[in-house]
Design a protein around this ligand. Structure first.
Ligand code: GLN
Ligand code: ZN
Length: 777
């Protein structure tokens, strides 16, 4: 039998985000459930047909989801948290949406709760967290020591029937039991020390039931995803892994099991993956490339090897010559009939198709491959390997690569020379923090507990519609400019009026904190429909960094300059940092990430210096994605942290001592990276702390963090207006452990998603809290 092609998963959102649109209509009550289900069914059918047409032999099913595949598994196993008052029968679509979105009404006043007949079942959604190092978010399964599992949903079987009815050979996909448990969390009164793996013996029988049912219905393969094999595991976890798959492999009449690993090599888990008695193993040959020889040398003679050769995590065309080399090596090790070819991971993480990008720069478009193009690459590679493809295809691929390598678009000699000329001194402020601090205090003359915000103010309907009109050309540049000025003025005047010590301009001119800069930088490309699912119905459209990055013109000076004319107080400049810009874009694959980060850093550095030149005394460089850039394996952290810290320092160290550099990070885990955070040497860091009740400040306290810090006291994720008293209490907690003169008072994050009705009273209370604290000081 010749080498087979397959996919681990295919994007479910639709070429025009059909799924998003239908789901949101359903939530608004404007589309029936049957209507929504029909949209899902049509998408699945189209997607399977596309895959078959592209030459995919074994298409995945159950990779579709109305919200998230891990949430689907939660419903499949009947692991619905108690608070959702589930009847224990079928965990259907609405059950999923309740878990994902909560049943909490937006109004949290007690009046509402008293009147509303739904509020007695109101409860909060399950937590959502990042899927490994992607920008996809899954719904975190919840476990207790008493959790029981029971087959409670039929989606996986229904989708298998659907695809079978179309006449296609399909492989149901499902998260594997180890990953399902490991990616969840312990809640509901069970001690956090409880080992979730203790639940394995209750979970395995459900898998056994699923396997035998799928087997009986004719499935020849099932894909069980165990991406945790790309993480650091304990010996105990590896033992559980062995034991689990030994059991699952014994299910009579079961489809053959393909364990899929991705997002990295297997390292210490390689042996466990190879020794396990399952019928096939999918290996990410892109990220695990350096392990390939070892893997092939040790690969058991009775297993199928699926090689993930086309990168599912980027948007670049595959290098056929290189891939063929790997595939040939694999064929000689395992033989043609035991080799399968696939993308490295599910195509969920790449945009759907280049077909709907008519306006994309033709030269650059030639270098790209989205999901649809990637699956054709998989088929082409198979055909090249088996000698069924015309060699012209190989040559055309080489020529395209050659055009990219030699394109004047990717290279900027000025940027490269500048990069070479960087010296260590460029990443060091003139004086140590203590000296800078006194110079800054002298210049800024801020009171104790200075108040500020994180940057954005409400992005109202009016603002979004004005931007849309301007983009469509319905609103002129002059009109749009006047509109934004009016909004900025209103925002700054509000801050003046309530007494915010360090105001911001409000970021009304920005749609997105990365896009705004990417659009003004050289080396970035934007697509029209290059959407990727982020969570639920939310999609993002990451920019593509294709060439050397530079800043042809100042990017924020116009708005900062204008805003400073509106207040006597020091207006804070607002930039996005190099690590975040890189992290939230599709990065180049023809140079290391750290090089791209340094290029972006130099561009931001120029902006920082220009802001200083026009008299901006404090500049915030946001790095909300700093932590998410951490590699999956701890042994790789130091390398990342070193270049990430350096990129931040490079962009922020070009200013005088008396210019205050702020940074902002909106998450709560700092313990393991506090040393790197301190090494960034920002004069002020603002972080998210309100929801953890200041607990996460511990990392800063234990480390003796020397610089200034603004622990967020206002949870901007909630519509609730925080009281003066509670914010004061939070600050008192902070003050007990940190030096008073180092403390700032600010919200957790930007206010763009909130309404003015919520923001006004909240900030007034926040300023009052700071005043009270000053009086007591
Ligand atoms: N300055 C940005 C804002 O306020 C920061 C956003 C973020 O941290 N994600 O919106
Ligand atoms: Zn934030």
């Amino acid at each position: 039998m010749k080498t087979r092609t397959h996919l681990l998963g295919y994007p479910r959102i639709g070429e025009q985000r059909e799924l998003k649109k239908a789901t949101e209509l359903y939530w608004k009550g404007k589309l029936s459930r049957a209507g929504l289900e029909a949209v899902g069914r049509n998408l699945r059918e189209q997607n399977w047909k596309k895959q078959i047409a592209a030459g995919i032999d074994l298409v995945p099913c159950n990779d579709f989801s109305f919200y998230d595949q891990i949430l689907d598994a939660t419903c499949l196993f009947g692991n619905v948290p108690e608070r959702f008052a589930w009847d224990g029968k079928a965990a259907d679509l609405d059950t999923r949406f309740r878990i994902a979105r909560g049943t909490h009404h937006l109004s949290t006043t007690s009046d509402h709760a008293n009147e509303c007949k739904n509020c007695h079942i109101a409860t909060y959604a399950s937590e959502m967290t990042k899927w490994f190092d992607t920008n996809y978010h899954y719904i975190v399964p919840e476990f207790k020591s008493t959790t029981e599992f029971k087959l409670s949903d039929t989606k996986i079987f229904n989708e298998y029937h659907e695809v079978k009815a179309l006449g296609f050979d399909a492989k149901p996909t499902l998260i594997g039991p180890l990953s399902y448990l490991k990616l969840g969390k312990v809640t509901g009164g069970t001690s956090s020390n409880f080992d979730r793996m203790e639940l394995l013996d209750r979970l395995i029988p459900v898998y056994e039931e699923i396997l035998s049912r799928l087997g009986n219905e004719g499935a020849s393969w099932i894909q069980l995803d165990e991406p945790i094999l790309a993480l650091d595991l304990t010996d105990k976890e590896r033992t559980h892994y062995q034991r689990t798959y030994e059991r699952l492999s014994q299910v009579s009449n079961s489809p053959k099991i393909l364990v899929a690993t991705y997002f990295g090599g297997l390292r210490q888990n390689l042996k466990a993956a190879l020794d396990s008695p399952v019928a096939g193993l999918h290996f990410d040959a892109v990220r695990g490339r350096n392990e390939l020889s070892e893997l092939l040398a040790k690969f058991p003679s009775n297993k199928i090897l699926s090689l993930g050769i086309v990168d599912g995590r980027n948007i670049w065309k595959n290098d056929f010559e290189d891939s063929l080399g790997i595939l040939k090596q694999a064929t000689s090790a395992v033989g043609e009939d035991r080799l399968w070819i696939a993308p490295s991971c599910s195509l969920l993480h790449s945009p759907v198709t280049l077909r709907n990008e008519p306006d994309l720069d033709g030269e650059i478009k030639d270098w790209l491959a989205f999901a649809d193009e990637k699956m054709i690459e998989v088929d082409t590679l198979r055909n090249l390997l088996t000698g069924e493809s015309d060699l012209n295809v190989l040559q055309a691929n080489q020529e395209s690569r050659e055009r990219r390598n030699t394109s004047t678009k990717i290279r900027d000699l000025g940027v490269q020379a500048r990069l070479k000329a960087i010296t260590p001194g460029d990443s060091i402020r003139t004086s140590p923090f203590a000296n800078r601090q006194s110079l800054q205090h002298e210049k800024l003359k801020l009171p104790l507990y200075p108040t500020t915000t994180i940057g954005s103010f409400p992005q109202t309907k009016d603002i979004r519609s004005a931007r849309a009109k301007w983009k469509k050309g319905i609103m002129s540049n002059a009109e749009y400019d006047a509109f934004l000025k009016k909004e900025t003025e209103h925002c700054v005047q509000f801050q003046n009026r309530i007494g915010i010590d360090m105001p911001v301009h409000g970021e009304f001119e920005r749609n997105d904190m990365v896009e705004y800069f990417g659009e003004q930088l050289e080396g970035f490309l934007f697509t029209e429909n290059g959407w990727v699912q982020s969570y639920g119905s939310r999609c993002v459209k990451p920019p593509i960094i294709y060439g050397d990055v530079s800043r042809p013109n100042p990017m924020t000076i116009y708005w900062s300059k204008f805003a400073q004319t509106l207040t006597q107080r020091p207006m804070k400049g607002m930039l996005t940092g190099p690590v975040t810009i890189l992290q939230w874009s599709f990065a180049r694959n023809d140079q290391p990430r750290d090089v791209t980060a340094r290029q972006i850093a130099l561009a931001i550095r120029d902006e920082v210096i220009d802001l200083e030149k026009i008299g901006i005394a404090a500049i915030q460089i946001d790095e909300p994605a700093f932590r998410e850039g951490l590699p999956l394996r701890e042994e790789d952290w130091p390398t990342y942290l070193a270049w990430a810290v350096d990129a931040f320092r490079l962009c922020s160290s070009g200013v005088r001592d008396d210019t205050q550099i702020h940074t902002h990070m909106c998450y709560s885990e700092f313990n393991d990276i506090i040393e790197a955070i301190a090494a960034m040497d920002a004069d002020v860091i603002t972080i998210e702390t309100s929801r953890s009740n200041m607990e996460l400040l511990d990392a800063f306290v234990d480390f003796d963090y020397p610089n200034e810090i603004g622990p967020g006291v206002y949870d901007i994720h909630s519509p609730r207006v925080p009281t003066t008293e509670e914010m004061e209490k939070l600050m008192e907690k902070a003050e007990a452990v940190l030096q008073r003169r180092n403390l700032w008072v600010n919200p957790d994050c930007g206010l763009k998603t909130r309404s003015w009705e919520e923001v006004e009273p909240s900030l007034i209370n926040m300023v009052d809290a700071a005043r009270n604290l000053r009086e007591k000081a």
